[in-house]
Design a protein around this ligand. Structure first.
Ligand SMILES: Nc1ncnc2c1ncn2[C@@H]1O[C@H](COP(=O)(O)OP(=O)(O)OP(=O)(O)O)[C@@H](O)[C@H]1O
Length: 259
């Protein structure tokens, strides 16, 4: 067992978010965590990052309590891709070297390409591109992909991908997914996403509801009445509604409805 949450409770003030929460992730396992907004997915990530500590229960990493693992060691082993990666007021090169100070330009460029940033490099000033508030404005999707480049360079054994395709456009989505697929082969992965395309990266799904994992299995074992399938159907219907809206020229209205 690589990671094990044992009867973890977490509450913000008096509001219980995780209640006797249990999940086990084996080494090399890739698992998607699915749940409605506000169910506590980000809270689980914050606990794994040691930003929060369980009020009850414990989190074990290979039988050691996470709270006893030195921060320096744990932050070397874990890598997180989220939408709010920090971009420093430095060049692109410097923004990447924090993930791997010894990386050569060739390695940086390769990792950037694998993250779908080839066009960005060509349009801008390559590795010399100045980022942050003093530099060029970057989009949300570019920020996510810079974070992905850092992750590829850092190469940690345990990965958390939190909506990794946020802002990544459809033109490069497939390529980015394939690169992530190659990258995660020998890693342990916790994935949080609403996009179906990326959920194909995992076999195992866990559904979070009311502070607990209520369903956990391989995708093909879920029944049509399962929460997971219902969740997928609801997402599908929204996507379909949105597509039809666009075809009928009601894109703006449908955009609004989808949100
Ligand atoms: N610092 C905080 N103080 C009080 N309540 C909080 C705090 N952070 C989160 N919450 C609440 O805890 C619940 C779980 O939040 P969390 O961010 O973990 O959900 P989530 O599943 O990640 O949601 P989403 O899918 O929308 O990102 C929510 O109801 C949220 O409002």
């Amino acid at each position: 067992m690589f990671i094990s949450f044992e009867n973890v409770e977490y509450k913000y003030n008096e509001t219980v978010i995780l209640d006797n929460f249990n999940i086990q992730i084996n080494k090399g396992e890739k698992i998607a965590l699915v749940g409605s907004s506000g169910e506590g997915k980000t809270t689980i990530i914050r606990l794994l990052l040691k930003f929060l500590t369980p009020q009850k229960g414990r989190i074990l990493i290979e039988n050691n309590d996470l709270k006893d693992i030195p921060d320096e060691e744990w932050y070397r082993r874990i890598g997180v891709l989220s939408q709010n990666a920090h971009i420093f007021n430095r060049t692109l090169r410097e923004n990447l070297l924090i993930a791997k100070p010894s990386a050569t330009d060739k390695e940086l460029l390769e990792a950037l390409e694998r993250s779908g940033l080839k066009k960005f490099l060509e349009k801008r000033n390559g590795l010399e591109t100045q980022l942050g508030s003093k530099g060029v404005a970057i989009s949300g999707g570019e920020r996510t992909r810079i974070a992905l480049t850092r992750l590829l360079l850092k190469d940690p054994e345990f990965l958390i991908l939190d909506e990794p395709l946020e802002g990544v456009d459809k033109l490069v989505e497939k390529e980015v997914i394939e690169n992530i697929r190659n990258f995660i082969k020998d890693k342990t992965l916790l994935l949080i996403s609403h996009r179906f395309s990326i959920l194909s990266l995992t076999e195992e799904f866990a559904v979070l509801q009311d502070g607990k994992i209520v369903e956990k299995d391989k995708f093909h074992n879920f029944s049509e009445n399962s929460l997971l399938k219902k969740f997928f159907k609801a997402e599908n219907e929204l996507t379909e509604k949105f597509r039809r809206g666009k075809e009928n020229g009601n894109a703006d209205k449908m955009d609004y409805e989808v949100q």
